[in-house]
Design a protein around this ligand. Structure first.
Ligand SMILES: *Cc1c(COP(=O)(O)O)cnc(C)c1O
Length: 527
């Protein structure tokens, strides 16, 4: 623990109260040290480096810009600095620490083999402006990955450059807009089912479309009849998340696609949840026109906390000529090229049987090389059969959780058949005004990152749990035990849950104030 210093900093950690024994049953305690800011523990006269004394007689080379006053920044010794950042890193919960059941986020283990490959200097140190002849290995990785994505999805073309799922959605919708404009068809509406991910309506609105909702059936799936009834000459596209955010497969997607195409629109599929169907279902067979794949979810690669993502978009034959530049392609000479504007038309005539009319670029360069390398490593180390097992195990694990808790917790779609990669519960039966938030905070005391809460919106107090394929039965069993005990307490109306978490470095935060009035600047305490 750090000694309080001149600035008046004192540890503020709240010590667990007498209920400590009663509120945990995994034996987990948050072994966290309270960590002050550098400003609070440093001293102006301390430094981690030894600099030579300056000869006051030596001529200044700073052209009159030499600082006259001390700058007032605090310094730390090297060990103090190392400890500060190491302690901070311990306050960060990550997939390498424990189970991270955040629904829809697919927080799976990132094999170290991926990291080893991504760190090879030939991949890690390439520059996007290097001559093509010097980066054939990197382009080969992109091209090979593109082939895997096309094979796994049964689609015709892939835009590799989008940098996240939502960025991929924008890419897909802009391709659809370009295709409609090319045929002089100015459609204004994008239909989004209630069970879609929140980024879908946001993307459509961002691309200047009017968004209209399509209701869900009581079974948690798209209402096919309502959707068909709304189709018409003003509908540019339908955006469908499959598997949807209720963790259910949309079995009517083929019929939906046919109806949308019949009405002259396009089908965008949110494929962020491809984890549940990879190797088992090819979206191309379901009539999808554009779909993003979150490499950082389905094919591992670290993400979260604003970390890197990668959201390649696969496109149907109808949309391929409109995809963004550049893209990789192997030409007749056997060399992999980055197809830029100059080559695009020739290449398109040869491969797409028509002119290329790309809508433009999504990024300055070619996309996330590090993510490409990690994702391809995940694919190659699993092989095609292994990837099929990825989906099967992810679905098996989620169903194990669903069936282990449905007797106790409200599971709104438990009767709709097996779930896909995530299990959905609601807080309908909680007593004494307790809600999903209280259970989620209790989860922190049990040493688990909470599941996704209050999403999807169609379920009251939704709790969306995604175990992924990389969790062992033992870790899932431990989670289920903790979840059951918390659910029993919530249903019984146990007031103590309203104060959870007891053992975290911070207790309940004012989440509204944190979002609306964030304090972004440190101010020295009054002397
Ligand atoms: C994660 C996710 C997204 C958004 O992906 P980002 O990479 O976070 O932009 C979109 N749709 C679904 C269903 C998702 O799970």
């Amino acid at each position: 623990m750090n000694a309080p210093n001149k600035s008046g900093w004192k540890p503020q950690m709240e010590v667990a109260d007498a209920t400590g024994e009663a509120v945990t049953n995994t034996g987990n305690r948050a072994l966290m040290l309270e960590e002050p800011l550098l400003f609070e523990i440093g001293h102006a006269e301390t430094t981690g480096v030894d600099l030579p004394e300056i000869d006051p007689a030596a001529p200044s080379r700073l052209g009159g810009l030499k600082r006259e006053e001390p700058i007032g920044l605090v310094g730390l010794t090297e060990p103090e600095t190392v400890r500060h950042y190491t302690r901070l890193s311990r306050q960060n919960y990550g997939i390498d620490l424990g189970f991270f059941p955040l629904g829809s986020c697919t927080m799976k283990h990132n094999p170290r083999l991926n990291e080893k490959m991504a760190r090879l200097p030939g991949f890690a140190d390439v520059h996007p402006l290097q001559p093509v002849s010097t980066v054939q290995g990197a382009l080969e990785v992109m091209n090979e990955l593109a082939h895997w994505l096309l094979d796994l999805t049964g689609m015709n073309a892939v835009a590799m450059s989008p940098k996240a799922g939502a960025h991929g959605e924008l890419c897909g919708i802009l391709s659809i807009r370009a295709a409609l404009e090319a045929r002089g068809d100015a459609r204004e509406v994008v239909l989004v089912p209630e069970s879609a991910h929140g980024t879908n309506p946001a993307t459509a609105a961002f691309a200047n479309y009017r968004v209209e909702n399509i209701p869900a059936t009581p079974q948690g799936r798209v209402d096919l009849e309502a959707l068909k009834a709304r189709l018409g000459p003003d509908v540019a596209a339908v955006m469908i998340t499959n598997p949807n955010t209720c963790g259910l497969f949309e079995p009517d997607l083929r019929e939906i696609s046919d109806a949308v195409h019949e009405a002259g629109g396009f089908v965008y599929c949110d494929g962020a949840n491809f984890n549940a169907i990879v190797g088992r279902v090819r979206p191309g067979d379901l009539g999808v026109d554009a779909m993003h794949i979150n490499l950082h979810k389905t094919f591992s690669t670290p993400h979260g906390g604003g970390g890197p993502g990668s959201g390649p978009v696969v496109l149907s034959e109808a949309l391929a000529p409109f995809m963004p530049l550049p893209y990789t392609a192997r030409t007749k000479d056997g060399v992999v090229h980055l197809i830029e504007e100059e080559q695009a038309d020739d290449f398109a005539r040869e491969h797409f049987g028509g002119e290329m009319s790309s809508f433009g670029r999504m990024t300055a360069f070619h996309g996330q090389m590090g993510m490409f390398t990690r994702a391809l490593t995940y694919m190659l180390s699993h092989g095609a059969d292994g990837l099929k097992q990825v989906a099967e195990d992810a679905v098996l694990n989620a169903n194990y959780i669903l069936r282990s808790l449905e007797d106790l917790l409200h599971a709104p779609y438990a009767d709709s058949g097996p779930c896909m990669h995530e299990a959905l519960f609601g807080d309908k039966d909680f007593g004494n005004g307790l809600s999903t938030l209280d259970l989620a905070k209790g989860m922190i005391d049990e040493g688990f990152h909470p599941m996704t809460v209050y999403f999807p919106l169609v379920v009251h107090g939704a709790m969306l749990v995604e175990p992924t394929e990389t969790e062992s039965k033992a870790s899932i069993d431990q989670f289920i035990t903790a979840f059951r005990s918390l659910a029993e307490r919530a249903i019984a109306g146990d007031e103590s849950l309203k104060q959870a978490p007891y053992f975290a470095p911070r207790r309940r935060l004012d989440e509204t104030a944190a979002a609306r009035k964030p304090k972004l600047k440190w101010e020295a305490p009054e002397a």
